[in-house]
Design a protein around this ligand. Sequence first.
Ligand code: RIB
Length: 344
Amino acid sequence: MKITIKEIAKEANVSIATVSLVINKKDKNITDITRNKVLEVVEKYNYIPNSMAGSLVTQRTHIIGLILPDITNPFFPGIARGAEDKANESGYSIIFCDTDDNVDVQEKYIESLTSKMADGIIIAHSSNSEKMSEILKRCKVPIILIDRDFYSENVCGKVLVDNLEGAYKAISYLISNGYKNIAYLSGSLKTRTAQDRLNGYKKALKNNGLTYNEKLVKFGEYKIEWGRKGVNNLLQENENFDAIFCGNDLIAIGAMKELKENGYSIPEDFGVMGYDDIYMASLVEPSLTTIRQPNYKMGYQAMELLLENLNQIGKNHNNRFSDIKTITLETEIVERDSIIAIRR
Ligand code: RIB
């Protein structure tokens, strides 16, 4: 019959938790005598720990769920890489979930991660966030929000950038280069990132004495195809514009493609600016001027913050968090060839 961790502990005359710590190599505070006693019994019965059984004792699976909205967008793999590196450094594994920007898929993933006893979840929510409050409220494991902010009391921390400030920086940069009629092709307004970038756009126009023209602002999604469609909308409306600020680099890449297919030159006819600084931004022709988000650092620090909270739960033996910590990272302008200084 298969020996259990309880029987191992009894024969070694130690607690179940001590056996679990020795098996999981988390035994730095255990004496050599105790460790050897446990290992002798483990070897005697050729005990193979059942990882789930071990978790039931230590309440830890050392698994973290990472839920992102669109893995085909190169912005998000950078987040995943940062989170994974910190997880590996700390003896944790990641289960990665791509919601394809679908809130129902997102709900399914949160429920299955919780039932598989993930120790915690890091989530950049889908664009469709209507059900987010209910979903987050029901989640039984600690949650860290990353990139896309959302009000919820059931969140233990956030790692974000200041998107209002990032867009303000971008528009001020365009204006300082002589652009005065700046269009904005936005991502989904159901994301806080798009809402904040719109407010940054408006604030920069106002602070520079330029009027907000709603005909120059189009709302879509964070996709290349929307960049193409948005340019067509702008061209058809025949409103005067000299530059396009895009909600992310994929929109900007689609916008540049559509402008060139309509016979325009960039930046000679129109300036184009993006947001994210994905690897493709430096490879397209002309290379894309954009706002860099530190996505790797965002992922790494989100994992770090979650593990800090898990350790805090472990110490306090409770499931509530003393304070919800928000880390706000810096964005920066990356100057490339899709913007030039225009003299008037
Ligand atoms: O590129 C995807 C966009 O959605 C990024 O700007 C990121 O901030 C996310 O919100």
